[in-house]
Each structure stands twice: as C-alpha cells, then as structure tokens.
Design a protein around this ligand. Sequence first.
Ligand code: GLC
Length: 458
Amino acid sequence: MADKKNLPREMTGAELASMLKSSINFKSLGGLRCPELNLTPEDMQWWRDAKVGMFIHWGLYSILGRGEWVRHNEQIPWEEYTALADEFDPKDFDMHEWTDVAKDFGANYTVMVTRHHDGFALWDSPGSYQGFTSYNTASHRDFVKEYTDCAREAGLRVGLYYSPMDWRFPGYFDPKGEKDPENAKSALRMKQQCYDQVEELCSKYGPIDILWYDGAWLAHSGSDTTSSWLWEPVKLNKMVRKYNPKTIMNPRSGWEGNFYCDEGSHEITGGIVPVPWEKNMCVCSGTSWGWMPNDPVSDFDWLIKMMVDVVCRDGNWLVNVGPDRNGHIPEAVKQRMHEIGEWLRANGETIYKTRGGPIEPVDNVYGTTYRGNEIFLHITDPKAFAGRKLPAIPYTIEKCAYKGQPVPFTQTEDGITVTLPEGLEHEADTIVYITLKENVKPAEEADIYFTGKGDPTK
Ligand code: GLC
C-alpha cells in the first residue's frame, strides 16, 4: 500500500478502493467536517480493540417476516401497519437472550436498532410523533432500557442504531414542500422528532458507546450530506457530545463520523485500510436485516474467512441477527453464532486487540494481524500459500509456530518463507504465530477527507 503519510488529503472512496485494489465500498462519504466532533485515537482505542460486534434488527416488521423495508416496499396502508403494534407483545421475551448470544458469539459490543425507517420506537419516547412506541402499545415495554441494562451487565459496549428519517412524514418525500407547502412543515416536524429522540437516547440510558445512524438522506435520493441542510448533523451531534463526549458515531448522519462503514455480504479484498472502518453484514443471506422465515445461515468457513479478511485489513466486524416477532433469535442462527464464538474462544488472541498488518494481505490466501512483538499469519488457503514468499519486514523473526509447535522458516532480505506441516487438517483459518525480537511499529493513521464525489449515495 502507499505510504499513509503520502496519501492525498482529499479523495473519493472509489479512489481509495482503487489505490488499495480493494472491494471496500464505504457509504455516506463526503460528510460535513467538524474538528470539534472528532475523537482521538485513544478515544477510539476500545472500539479498535473490540473487533467483533453484534447488530440486532427487530421491530414491527419482524412480525411480517419480509424485511425491515416491508412497509415501504409493499406500500402497506399506515392503519394496517400501525395496527401491528397491537400484536407486538413478546410476553416471554427476556433481553438476556440477545446479550447471551452476543457473548457466546464473542462480541464485545452490540448495536440495537432502536427505531427504523417505519418510525416505531422501541422505548418510552415522549418525542415520538403520534406516540408510536412499544411503551405506548401492547407490550408497554421500554426495550432500550432493558437492552442497555442487560448489555452493560454482560460487559458489552452499548450501541444504538437510529434512523433520522421516518416514512410516516409526507415531508420526507417532499422536504422542500415543492409539491405541497405543508410538506415542508412536515419535514421540520420529522427533524424535531429526530432531535428529541436522539436526545432521549443519549440522556436516559447512561453513556452510549456507539451511535449508529442510518437514513439521513431525503426522498430516497441524494446522500446524507446533500440532505444536511435539513438535518444540520453538526448541530445534532454536538448535542450528542454534550451528553456523551466520547460516543463513537458512524458517518451516516451527514457529518463525517468517527469511522467508515462497508455494508453488505460482498467479500473484502485488497490492501490494509488506513482509516477506522467497520464491515456490517448479516449472519444469514443478507436479503434483509429483519427476521425472515428460513433465511439461510451463512457457511461457517465463509464467515470466519470474512472476519479474518476484515480484521487483517484493520476493520471491525459487525454481524447482524434478526430476532423473530417474539424477540427470539432463530436456533440455527444461535448455533452458528456459538460456533464462531467457539472459534474465537480458541483463537481470539489473534483477533482481539490486534491491528491489521504489518504484512499486506494477499486476497484469498493470507493476511496478518499483530500485537506487540507477535504477528499472526492467517492463512485461508494453505494450498495456495505453499511455496509463497512473504515480503521482507524490518523486524527479526525469532520463531514461527503452528498450534504451539515450531515450524521451519527462512528470513532473508528478499522475504520470508514459512513451511506448514504436511497433511494439515482442513481449517477455516490456519494460523501461524510469528514471534519477533522487537515490537511492530504501529502504522500511522491517514488523515483523508472523502469528498463523496461520485460515491454511492445512500
Ligand atoms: C441497509 C438496509 C437497512 C439496514 C441497514 C443496516 O441500509 O437498507 O434497512 O438497517 O442496511 O446497515
């Protein structure tokens, strides 16, 4: 990869991807800048170290099982959709179920959807337009309270997802009132709801570690940034910082944010990414984020490879589950989350509290993570690895080991060879520990401003 110090200060996400020969596709770039809202590398440290998180999409849409966009996609009449709140009453649901799964999976943080684009708030939200909340309807429960309490009790960092936009407002579709002047008022009413609700989320539930926005664009077009004339994201997030000065925020409010997001199930290739970033994807097919019956769970090896590909490129891995209408996470999902957790319990020291590098990954063959004087070589295809030379590194190797046993290696000026034992059993990731005589020098973080030009809009 290019020397980080020499990277251009301004570029597009597509330019970075092309420079890194990477498949990363960051969303919501080109956000407003505001140095006052930035966090220091020290503030970001826990998040960098955490590496693995669990995302949870759950709401009225989970009753229908056709994805969280169902109201909009099928243009379900509002009377019909809001009536679902009468059925949203998971009597036997105990929030520990989610935090138990998150812990079992090896997550260090969770991000719960508190209110999606349908407007239904999962807490006691006085700011909710027309009081459309779980607290005011059948369940009479404040799920955000239950969640934040349980997550903290379980030692998980607490993340909240919030959608500024809300399909219930005609103003969302015509924010300037071009079709009807009333719509401009409606857009302002929607903005008011956003400010009120973000304030509630930041003030009623203790310190929020992560605020994860999604949907600050308008009328399903443009970008989060081109919509900032309405939302005023800098003002909004200054309010967040007033309550929680260290909340880590994603870039999807129209302000630049503290990290970048690559969304979806596409694989991650290319060089180490020189800015903080997170891959967010589903453990199931990814057709939707909310519960769908019989949504196939992804293959174990594929998921491990995805995690390794992300972490070796210095990213975090946020994996979504969609509980059913009663809040239960499907058994097949629980099982897969458990299997990944088992893998992490055995190999987590090569993932948690590491940084990507120092050796650049080779797509579909290997990548590295490191901590202190140890490099963890993650080989996802041992056959393709055999006979390959790793590039030279400016450190002296003391030893290489596989499952605690030394493995032969050579280190010369033109590179390193590591010979894996014969007849390896199949593994999702074959890990060689490379011990150095000195600590790896952390790479400098790049200070890039993504202009957003030509980048995907939403
Ligand atoms: C996509 C989906 C949205 C979901 C989000 C999670 O943007 O459209 O519904 O909440 O991904 O990252």
